[in-house]
Design a protein around this ligand. Sequence first.
Ligand SMILES: CC(C)(COP(=O)(O)OP(=O)(O)OC[C@H]1O[C@@H](n2cnc3c(N)ncnc32)[C@H](O)[C@@H]1OP(=O)(O)O)[C@@H](O)C(=O)NCCC(=O)NCCS
Length: 81
Amino acid sequence: MAGVDGHRGWVYYLGVQPGEQGRGLGSALLRAAEAWLGAHGARKVQLMVRTGNPVSGFYAGHGYAVQDCLVLGRWLEPAAG
Ligand SMILES: CC(C)(COP(=O)(O)OP(=O)(O)OC[C@H]1O[C@@H](n2cnc3c(N)ncnc32)[C@H](O)[C@@H]1OP(=O)(O)O)[C@@H](O)C(=O)NCCC(=O)NCCS
């Protein structure tokens, strides 16, 4: 899943079923997402990987580097009513 926020392109979820990994599908999906994002005005693509997820090597192989950025978040209370 990918989207443009008006400034940057984001890849939110990328996954290949375990039995199908290692056949180039992840790379093809990432290239397709980058092509789509570029065609929709994004000049830079970003994504988040959980600390400790060994998948960072996959992204490094595709030219992605760690950004100097802190991700913040907080849980919202369920809306009343
Ligand atoms: C990451 C993922 C999408 C890669 O998909 P894939 O179809 O296996 O990847 P590819 O076959 O296109 O691999 C391309 C290259 O990346 C390398 N690679 C794949 N997974 C890797 C990993 N976890 N660490 C380091 N390198 C990896 C492959 O060895 C291959 O290298 P090569 O071209 O030199 O042979 C897949 O492993 C996956 O779905 N992982 C679980 C979900 C996940 O963690 N997604 C990311 C959340 S941010």
